[in-house]
Design a protein around this ligand. Structure first.
Ligand SMILES: [Zn+2]
Length: 115
């Protein structure tokens, strides 16, 4: 998972690099990420990868703000939505439906702040 996160960050960074070139931006101040509860990414490994990737680049020293997205599922039977806890995917109300994940697996950039 750690390698996956690093690869994802690398992709994100190269996209940003291009955009920064177009906008003549010189410095990245802050990067906001949306990480789902179930994306399998630890904040420490993200921060570590980020530091390594941005060393010596305009994004060096940028603040990485991570917002966790809760794991939410909707019951396939009764249609109610629940925060899924302990990876229990059975509907706690009708006890007959499987919860289909509607959020909590995402891994995306919410915003970029550049000078
Ligand atoms: Zn249900």
């Amino acid at each position: 998972m750690e390698a996956e996160a690093a690869q994802w960050l690398r992709g994100l960074f190269s996209i940003h690099h291009r955009e920064a070139g177009n906008n003549h931006a010189t410095k990245v101040r802050e990067v906001g990420l949306l990480i789902g509860e179930m994306a399998g990414v630890e904040q420490e490994s993200l921060e570590f990868s980020w530091r390594v990737l941005t060393e010596g680049t305009p994004a060096e020293g940028a603040v990485l703000k991570v917002r966790r997205v809760p794991l939410v599922g909707r019951c396939a039977k009764c249609g109610r939505e629940f925060h899924i806890e302990h990876y229990d995917f059975w509907c706690p109300v009708c006890k007959d439906g499987v919860l289909k994940t509607i959020s909590g697996r995402e891994m995306q950039v919410e915003y970029l702040e550049v000078d």
